[in-house]
Ligand binder design. Structure first.
Ligand code: PEP
Length: 258
């Protein structure tokens, strides 16, 4: 049984002060939620203060990126150990915005995933096709290349515990959402690819999120798909009511009212 994970990727929104007041509110709004893992990924600068506020709560902390080296002359970068010490349990890797604006490649993602796992962080590895790739029928090829490249060098027992996020690039921040059927099809493909690379047990254990304009109104239908194990949420994670709405829709999908 895979526990769904609803993660908020705040991108470069919310100052540390705004992040603090947001999680104070969110903590109350989701205090009674069980059976769904909740994660917020704020700016690096808010990690430490948030780790204090979230101690003992049902909300976990993650980062939006990291560098693969343990330490060194890498101006502006942050290591896995630094994230761990700042209270992170998760780290998003290979988000399409990192790939688009910062030249992140599958090989970089694999190196970061190695370093994250070595430091006790759970990587959330993002994959997804562009609109052009989808329109020209290349979705499966792109996803296969990204899954193979991003997981390179990882062992089955490491992949079992990590999270993959299927995020079609054309659905991120656009208001366009993949239909539940299309999202399910790609999530099932990712699981099948992991089964081929590793084994059936690993494929059955790995959690695969969907991300791309998830909102309270479309969450239930997406989350009810058999291979969708939660959501990576951008815009809607910035408002308490919307983020809590997505979390509650996921809980209700798991335990529909009798
Ligand atoms: C994201 O940033 O990963 C994302 C899915 O954004 P949005 O929910 O705004 O589309």
């Amino acid at each position: 049984m895979r526990t769904p994970i609803i993660a908020g990727n705040w991108k470069m929104y919310k100052t540390p002060r705004e992040a603090v007041s947001f999680v104070e509110e969110l903590k109350k709004a989701v205090a009674d939620v069980q059976g769904v893992e909740i994660l917020v990924c704020p700016t690096f600068l808010a990690l430490l203060p948030l780790s204090v506020i979230l101690e003992g709560s049902n909300i976990r902390l993650g980062a939006q990126n990291m560098f693969w080296a343990a330490e060194g002359a890498y101006t502006g970068e942050v290591s896995a150990e630094m994230l761990r010490e700042s209270g992170c349990t998760y780290v998003i890797l290979g988000h399409s915005e990192r790939r688009q604006y910062f030249g992140e490649t599958d090989a970089n993602v694999a190196k970061k995933a190695r370093a994250a796992l070595d430091n006790g962080l759970v990587p959330i590895i993002c994959v997804g096709e562009s609109i052009d790739e989808r329109k020209t029928g290349r979705t499966a090829t792109v996803i296969e290349r990204q899954v193979h490249g991003s997981l390179a060098g990882l062992a089955a027992d490491e992949v079992t515990g990590l999270v993959v996020a299927y995020e079609p690039v054309w659905a991120i921040g656009t208001g366009l959402t993949a239909s539940p059927g299309d999202a399910q099809e790609v999530n099932a493909l990712i699981r099948r690819l992991i089964g081929e690379l590793y084994d059936r047990g690993t494929a059955a254990s790995v959690r695969i999120q969907y991300g791309g304009s998830v909102k309270p109104g479309n969450a239930a239908e997406l989350m009810s798909q058999p291979d969708i194990d939660g959501a990576l949420v951008g815009g809607a994670s910035l408002k308490t009511a919307d983020f809590a709405g997505i979390i509650k829709a996921t809980v209700e999908t798991l335990n529909p009212p009798q």
